[in-house]
Design a binder for this molecule. Structure first.
Ligand code: 5AD
Ligand code: SF4
Length: 429
């Protein structure tokens, strides 16, 4: 019998990438192999993102092509998974009847029943209160770094964000499951784990909060580096900062989305902090962890953002001196309250503001990277290329090294050149 093949395309964040590893884990356990040619596949899966309109458009244009594959080979099963599947629901099947199944992020375990053909429903979107208790097989793409879910969903309801409506309410995974998974990873030779959650800082399993969980992971032998995303500034405690400082394996990097420098806009966004409160946390991080790199997310053109408000974001960037940012134009999303706020900003102004933010940050990023010149850094080798290897510093900067190192090796290098988005290093003998 022919081996069945799956083609999967993933859009969006690390959470989605990791969900795809689980989907593939289930399919491989059923004998599937992966193909990069959708025309050859028995199953085509799109794991979709709904965070901004652009992400959705990208997936819709990809899906358009699939219709023709299906006409040629009606046996192909087309599955749409992820956040856009959740938010668009049955509308998607109405518009594109060639889709066979729609499954939301809380229902990825149903893939098994789909391929066993033992499922009579085509639309699987209900919140699965127990998704955090399942141990699904995972087909990991990487041999050195691994993602580990610690908390699902989000209770914060930022007014621009669709996630609370796509990934449901917060559910923390039991700490013992997380620790077991990481022990297994270390036995398999993994060196780095990235703990995943919409808001990792609100992790809780009984007495075990996020700092305690980190302290326990820090004790697992073989794991050399611990990272986590994403932190909500309002929940970043002094206790967590001290834990980062005192746990040698926790890397000196934090992604701490600011979103805006204007208190008025932050309030409209329901972020629950002012810029000064945010900046106090940045200062506390830098006092305790001198070499920490801090990255952030910025939204420009949120409803009612005036030139004055935007100027405050520019000043916030100048004051905070981030190591890197992701900046976006506000994109109205279904169900997100800000989509219906008065004072929507026109597209031209949004583009102007985005350009200005990116130009300023480019300068800051480049300047911050220059500080690395001639310093000695510990690099974890993550990738081999024709010219050598690529790894990262503990502060998450990409370093290229002309050398023949093995994947997973930790080496000390001297930074010999700095660029805006990467560094070059030479091995210290
Ligand atoms: N429009 C633009 N950017 C958004 N983000 C989330 N929702 C929207 C939206 N509607 C950004 C935020 C968040 C990051 C993951 O995506 O900056 O931190
Ligand atoms: Fe990830 Fe957010 Fe996109 Fe969902 S909407 S896939 S959580 S980025």
């Amino acid at each position: 019998m022919k081996v069945r093949e799956v083609y999967i395309k993933t859009f969006g964040c690390q959470m989605n990438e990791h969900d795809s590893e689980k989907i593939l884990g289930i399919l491989f356990s059923k004998g599937f192999i992966e193909t990069d040619d959708p025309k050859k596949a028995d199953i085509i899966i799109f794991n979709t993102c709904a965070i901004r309109e652009k992400a959705e458009q990208k997936f819709l244009s990809n899906l358009g092509k699939v219709k023709f594959y299906k006409i040629k080979n009606p046996k192909i099963k087309v599955i749409v998974a992820g956040c856009s599947a959740q938010i668009q629901g049955k509308n998607l099947i109405h518009k594109m009847p060639f889709i066979d199944y729609i499954i939301g992020p809380d229902n990825i375990d149903k893939i098994e029943k789909i391929v066993e053909e033992s499922l009579d429903k085509r639309i699987l979107l209900e919140e699965n209160a127990n998704i955090h208790l399942l141990s699904l097989p995972i087909l990991r793409k990487d041999r050195v770094k691994a993602w580990v879910n610690i908390i699902y969903g989000c209770n914060n309801f930022c007014t621009y964000c669709v996630v609370p409506y796509t990934r449901g309410k917060e559910r923390s995974r039991p700490a013992n499951m997380i620790l077991e998974e990481i022990k297994h990873l270390s036995e398999k030779g993994y060196k780095e784990v990235t703990l995943l959650g919409q808001n990792v800082n609100s992790y809780r399993d009984g007495e075990i909060d996020f700092p305690i969980l980190l302290q326990r992971i820090n004790l697992i032998q073989g794991i050399e580096r611990i990272r986590f995303v994403t932190s909500h500034p309002k929940d970043l405690s002094e206790n967590l900062i001290k834990t980062m400082r005192d746990s040698p394996k926790i890397c000196e990097h934090i992604h701490l989305p600011l979103q805006s420098g204007s208190d008025k806009i932050l309030k409209l966004m329901n972020r629950k902090y002012t810029f000064n409160e945010y900046f106090d946390k940045v200062s506390l991080l830098r006092e305790n962890i001198p070499n920490i790199s801090i990255t952030t997310d910025i939204i420009v053109g949120f409803p009612q953002e005036t030139d004055e408000d935007f100027e405050k974001t520019i000043n916030a960037l100048k004051k905070s001196q981030f190591d890197g940012i992701f900046a976006f134009k506000f994109s109205p999303r279904p169900k997100a309250p800000a989509s219906n706020y008065r004072g929507q900003v026109d597209e031209y102004t949004k583009s102007e503001r985005l350009t200005e933010v990116l130009r300023l940050q480019d300068e800051i990023t480049e300047k911050n990277n220059k500080i690395y010149q001639d310093t000695v850094q510990e690099i974890l080798v993550e990738e081999r290329t024709e010219e050598g290897v690529i790894g990262r510093t503990r502060s998450n900067k990409i370093v290229k090294i002309k050398s023949n190192l093995e994947l997973g090796q930790l080496v000390k290098v001297k930074i010999s050149k700095t660029y805006r988005h990467s560094l070059e290093g030479e091995i210290l003998q």
